[in-house]
Design a protein around this ligand. Sequence first.
Ligand code: V4E
Length: 242
Amino acid sequence: MSVSPSPFPEVTMNVEVERKFVCDPDIQKKLKDIGAVCIGQRQFQDQYFDTADFDLTLKDFWLRSREGCWELKCPVPKKTTNIQKDTKAEGLCSRYREITSLPQIKAELIKVMTERLAQANENTENDTGMAVCDPWEDWLKGMSLGCFAKYTTERCSFSLEEEGEEGAVCIDLDQADFGYCVGEIEILVPDGVDIQAALQRIERTVDKLGLSGDQRVQGKMDVFLQRYSPDHYTKLLAAHIL
Ligand code: V4E
């Protein structure tokens, strides 16, 4: 039986495995002490998009434009991750498949939003009531997508290489323009590769940095929505997305 080739054969996708942490005032010193190297500081603005009924985020899909570059973070079904049950890492780390090619993002959105798009085609007005941030992005309007969150982050990035380990652990210290700071330890794993080793490396880094706490740490989006879009936030909490 012949198998139809993927329409996107050249694109390799990564799964981002990440754990957030509370930044204490000594964090930069601690990072240097464990051998992490500062690889740069930059500022970027993120704009996140969804329908007026939150069709994407309520399914844990996060569409954003970062300084004009599109990215879709998609939930990784638990059954494909082969994570040992009851590890601390399982509860505190998030994992999302990242799509960065715009044609592939649109194809994924069409899959996720089939019902919504059928409705939009019936409705000639097709107005989400939300601001479409860039007048050139007609495809957003066609999919009834509007901007629901916009903020700027000042990020300081560190890289931690470990003997006998391939690739580096990335540690970002983020300060959002609405007054929230958060750190994250992140490893990119090629899609389809077991993420167990990445979870263990993240746990080791947490221990080396002496980070305490078994509580989930809020990300920038949690705090942004809690403050500026409480209805959206409440819906995401009720759906166990945040
Ligand atoms: C996946 C997700 C969101 C999208 C952005 O998430 P995040 O990685 O926190 O943002 P940022 O700026 O650090 O992006 P990066 O530069 O790492 O690509 S917003 C909310 N979520 C869901 C989510 C979740 N359920 N749990 C945790 C711990 N984080 C995010």
